[in-house]
Write a protein that binds this ligand. Structure first.
Ligand SMILES: Nc1ncnc2c1ncn2[C@@H]1O[C@H](COP(=O)(O)OP(=O)(O)OP(=O)(O)O)[C@@H](O)[C@H]1O
Ligand SMILES: [Mg+2]
Length: 381
């Protein structure tokens, strides 16, 4: 695969740039989708701001592709409206919506050269030859594939094919780019590179709104300004990426966005003006970031494995003790599993004490209140 990154040399035409700026937000207004009697998307209300990357993630069958296809115009909502910019597109055919779309399996036309694949949408729109030539050059330049214009898809690697699919989507100068698991057919190393390149691509086209559907929480955390987590046809949380990761509003979100330790606690002292509550776990009195917890509430204290330490820093004012069960050394990180009063607790440590404790040993763990989040105990959704 070419080492060239998406260089972002795209020459915007002024009209498209104008449309993108103000007109590229996507608004779902109580959009529901049903197949026969089976409702697969419950009324969804969601805004994607102009130029935002929204990652929609969730388990298989949770309705991610359905939501994206509703924006694209490939499924018709049973109720609700979809707007792109100021335009209500609910009744418009896909090709009038100003979108580019890339799906998992590239879907390049195998019998067409790269340049003809990229030109496809423009030809369908009846664009003139000079414009098409310019756009091909521009789109392939943007994805670092200028040297491959004359090749056929079968002569390209998976990563290169996916770049061409992105170039094809960009060639029509979309207001919104829809990506449905665009990298899932690629192997892990290429996927990581492509994630970085999509991030670079977006920096070069900052007004382009992107709806990025993925299973992969790392892709979502790396790329997205905001994340929407889908579960059973509903959005179970939606917010800025770092906020959702650091302060997940519910257990499903905490566990879907990376690993989370969830210690059952009872709130001892309600959330104060600085946003912290104290809570008991067995004998330990712990401080955690809360929302509106009150004394006596049963709650879960969420702590990410990398925020637990075997050595105490000055801000690590929380301390719990666990029995060491497993140690897995992985080069940069050592993963430990402990039992803390019946709750399995994972630690991912970069720093370890010189004398590593043996399995069966009682080990104190330290963590900072700011790295925690209290969740309602019963919050399945
Ligand atoms: N054409 C269809 N006819 C009937 N049911 C469908 C159709 N397309 C999807 N579904 C159902 O709608 C639900 C949501 O499917 P969708 O493809 O949106 O899930 P997803 O979140 O994209 O899953 P995945 O991660 O596996 O791609 C599933 O239960 C699926 O079986
Ligand atoms: Mg899907």
């Amino acid at each position: 695969m070419s080492a060239a990154a998406f260089t972002g040399t795209s020459v915007m035409d002024i009209d498209a740039a104008k449309v993108r700026g103000a007109g590229s937000n996507v608004h779902f207004d109580k959009v529901s989708v049903a197949y026969g009697a089976h409702v697969v998307l419950h009324p969804l209300t969601l805004d994607i701001a102009p130029g935002e990357i929204l990652a929609m993630i969730g388990p298989s069958g949770s309705g991610k592709t359905t939501a994206l296809r509703a924006v694209a115009g490939f499924v018709r909502p049973a109720s609700g409206r979809i707007r792109i910019g100021a335009t209500d597109v609910t009744d418009l055919p896909p090709y009038e919506r100003g979108l580019g779309m890339v799906v998992q399996n590239y879907a390049l036309f195998p019998h067409m050269r790269v340049e003809d694949n990229v030109a496809f949408g423009l030809r369908a729109q009846g664009a003139d030859k000079a414009l098409i030539g310019e756009r091909i050059k521009d789109a392939l330049g943007t994805v670092g594939m200028s040297a491959y214009a004359r090749r056929y898809p079968r002569e390209l690697s998976g990563g290169q094919q996916q770049r061409v699919a992105i170039a094809r989507a960009l060639a029509v100068r979309p207001r919104v780019l829809l990506l449905d698991e665009p990298l899932s057919a690629l192997d892990a190393q290429i996927r990581r590179n492509m994630v970085e390149e999509i991030a670079r691509l977006h920096r070069s086209l900052p007004g382009l709104t992107i709806l990025y559907v993925t299973h992969d929480q790392t892709e979502a955390l790396t790329l997205a300004d905001k994340i929407a987590i889908m579960r059973d046809g509903r959005v179970c949380s939606h917010g800025p990426t770092t906020e959702l990761y650091r302060r997940p509003p519910n257990r499903f979100t905490a566990e879907f966005l990376g690993r989370a330790n969830l210690l059952p606690v009872t709130v001892a002292e309600a959330v104060g003006p600085k946003g912290f509550a104290t809570a008991r776990h067995g004998d330990a009195l712990l401080t955690g970031a809360g929302r509106n917890e009150k004394a006596g509430d049963k709650s879960l204290l969420c702590i990410r494995p990398q925020h637990l330490s075997l050595t105490a820093d000055s801000d690590h004012t929380n301390r719990i003790v666990g029995t060491l069960q497993e140690v897995h050394w992985q080069g940069e990180l050592t993963h430990l599993v402990l039992d803390v009063d019946g709750t399995p607790v994972r630690v991912s440590a970069t720093r370890l004490p010189i004398a590593l404790p043996e399995p069966g040993a009682k080990v104190p763990l330290f963590f900072a209140p700011a790295d925690t989040s209290l969740l309602p105990e019963d919050a399945g959704v």
